[in-house]
Design a protein around this ligand. Sequence first.
Ligand SMILES: Nc1ncnc2c1ncn2[C@@H]1O[C@H](COP(=O)(O)OP(=O)(O)O)[C@@H](O)[C@H]1O
Ligand SMILES: N[C@@H](CCOP(=O)(O)O)C(=O)O
Length: 317
Amino acid sequence: MALYVKLNKDEIEAFIADYNLKLIDFKGIIEGVQNTNYFLLTTSGKYILTVCEEEINPTDLPFFNSAMLYAALHGVPCPVPLKNKYGAFTGRLKNKPAGIVTFLEGKSVTDITFSHLENLGRFLGKLHIQTKDFKEERANPLCLDNVTELIRKNKKIDNISPNLSAEINKELNLVSEELKSFYNLPKGFVHADIFPDNMFFEGNNVSGIIDFYFCCSDYLAYDLAVTANAWCFDNKGFDYNEKKIKILLDSYQKIRPLEQAEKYAFNALLRRAALRFFATRAWDMKYPKPNAVVGVKDPMEYVAKLRAFKSAGDLFK
Ligand SMILES: Nc1ncnc2c1ncn2[C@@H]1O[C@H](COP(=O)(O)OP(=O)(O)O)[C@@H](O)[C@H]1O
Ligand SMILES: N[C@@H](CCOP(=O)(O)O)C(=O)O
């Protein structure tokens, strides 16, 4: 659970008054790992109040809010951030940055069907088109160079599994070499964390996307690669399911066909995405934050994915 900051009714009422909201009821949300979230029922509807922890750099908040607002205004079903009476998206609660966004209906899914993937692929294709003219930029803090540095800094990788460090370092070099010839791939706004817990569905249909705290500017096909990593493996994320990836790719391409260069680069992007999630999970496992209240996610899941992609065939045949 992640309720790092405990708030009472008076504190919430005082904060939301700046957003012109009147509280009826509220509830702490136990899902989530990074920040504290409260569900708010107000006289003008349902909202989510988020108090940010220090992993979020406050200077990034304007980009996240701007991206969410732009996406929402361009038809992406996502939360709309509210401005307070001072014209700012972000206020302060218990000396931490805090903000309010609209509530999204729907639920995340655990049993992922072909139909979910079909809808997810179309959703992501649309997201990349709907946000293509978003002009603000944020370099990806988890670019391959920074991921490489995080992995090199982690001196305990071989404690996760024997000889893992050598395997991962070899892969980092290979992926870096392979991607050098693809520096010109289409770039733009990417969510960069499209995991099942960040997507809501109503039945088989996508009802929305949340959690914009990793969004940045990067290769569009990298977003698709992150999504394929997170959604297209069975058995708790360990078993490669080519049919699932193909459904995701086909449905994405019905909306935004990939360029030939993106197809050539895709295997390296899948491995780059696997290395990115391996890197942060391995770090969190071996150097846990003192206030961590959530179990660490398994870095070996991403080693399994990396190995699967290394021996995978051409996904575009
Ligand atoms: N706009 C929203 N609408 C509905 N529920 C939300 C919204 N934002 C967050 N939540 C709820 O809060 C939980 C945690 O949100 P998330 O942004 O993933 O937190 P964290 O960044 O801490 O992981 C979600 O799983 C969801 O249940
Ligand atoms: N999706 C990442 C961790 C980020 O967690 P989130 O709850 O903020 O999406 C992972 O699985 O390693």
